[in-house]
Write a protein that binds this ligand. Structure first.
Ligand code: TXA
Ligand code: MG
Length: 321
């Protein structure tokens, strides 16, 4: 892929207009959402979508989420059953992605859906994302704006660390608030299925649908993108650590954890899971940059946002090729 210079755009009117123009011209623009930064391209333009896969070095069987400015725009792209409608009403705009059957004749490129007859849809709540989607006027396909297999970016600097010279622009909207990716729920035939825990806790989803979420068994068929070793730093990861071993950095959690060394970072000294989620990827990057051979991670409780945090850590710890 030819190197190009990556524009830094401010999230003001001029930056927004330029980003919208670039996207409509089939170019790649990274932008903040409330979860993580996305790498956007016009979802209706197969060539633009192909450029996302190329810039990320991502396997092309991995479907992308189509982001739109309003729930109404999303409803036009898919077929929403009663559960999907209830979830859209409860959580959009926000950190929820719904996988639904694709509406006949709709415009999201085959390649963005990886050839599936379903589509992943999300209406983000970040004001910069909403303004950009409105300025673009088309669904925007956007995976997390990192090289395939790397940790998701929560700042514009993280985006540039992976993709400078590989994409056309990045819009800088500061650090993202949620810090882990959206919760993905498939609403197809049968009960809704949790494909990926994320920014909306399982309990909140189950309260809206009035029954437990099914889990994704045989996930390869329904969510080909859920590769086990997806969120991988360079260092190895050791989970549920109760102490530090030689050569390790420590990702701590909660009060009373060890502190004071450069290679110890606490996700939340007060034990707040929302703060921990917001810090997760940034802290992993910083500990990885310390050159530690391995990152030991203290136990994280499984309730609320802890499910998504534990899921990302388990993926980071999975054996790699
Ligand atoms: O918070 C987020 O969701 C961020 C921001 C940028 O919106 N995006 C994100 O995208 O995390 P990505 O591509 O890194 O992860 C999207 C996941 C993938 O695992 C993919 O397989 C799944 O969504 N997905 C998308 N469309 C799907 C579909 N039609 N069926 C099953 N899984 C789908
Ligand atoms: Mg990703």
């Amino acid at each position: 892929m030819p190197p190009r210079s990556t524009l830094r755009l401010a999230p003001d009117a001029a930056g927004m207009a330029e980003a919208g123009r670039l996207l409509r011209a089939g170019r790649l623009v990274a932008f903040p959402t409330e979860t993580v930064y996305g790498l956007g391209a016009d979802a209706t333009d197969g060539r633009a979508v192909a450029a996302i896969y190329a810039a990320k070095g991502r396997p092309s069987f991995n479907p992308l989420i189509a982001h739109v400015a309003t729930p109404e725009a999303a409803l036009a792209l898919g077929r929403f059953n009663a559960d999907a409608r209830a979830l859209a009403r409860a959580f959009w705009p926000g950190p929820l992605t719904l996988v639904v059957p694709v509406a006949s004749g709709e415009a999201v490129a085959d390649l963005a859906r990886a050839g599936l007859d379903t589509v992943g849809l999300r209406v983000p709540s970040h004001p910069v994302a909403m303004a950009l989607l409105a300025a673009t006027g088309r669904p925007v396909a956007a995976p997390s704006a990192n090289l395939s297999g790397h940790v998701s970016p929560t700042t514009a600097a993280h985006v540039l660390a992976d993709l400078d010279g590989r994409i056309d622009a990045v819009m800088d909207g500061g650090a993202t608030a949620v810090g882990v990716e959206s919760t993905i729920v498939a609403c197809l035939d049968g009960p809704p299925v949790l494909l990926r825990p994320g920014g909306v806790p399982r309990d909140a989803v189950e309260a809206v649908i009035g029954r437990p979420l099914a889990s994704a068994t045989g996930e390869a068929t329904i969510a080909p993108g859920m590769l086990a070793s997806h969120y991988a730093p360079k260092a190895a990861i050791r989970l549920d650590a109760t102490g530090i071993e030689p050569g390790e950095a420590l990702l701590a959690f909660g009060p009373g954890a060890p502190s004071g060394a450069a290679d110890i970072l606490n996700l939340s000294p007060t034990g707040d899971l929302a703060e921990a989620a917001a810090n997760l990827f940034g802290h992993l990057r910083r500990l990885d940059a310390s050159g530690a051979r391995r990152i030991a991670v203290m136990p994280i409780p499984a309730q609320g946002l802890g499910e998504a945090i534990r899921d990302r850590l388990a993926r980071a710890a999975a054996p790699r090729d």
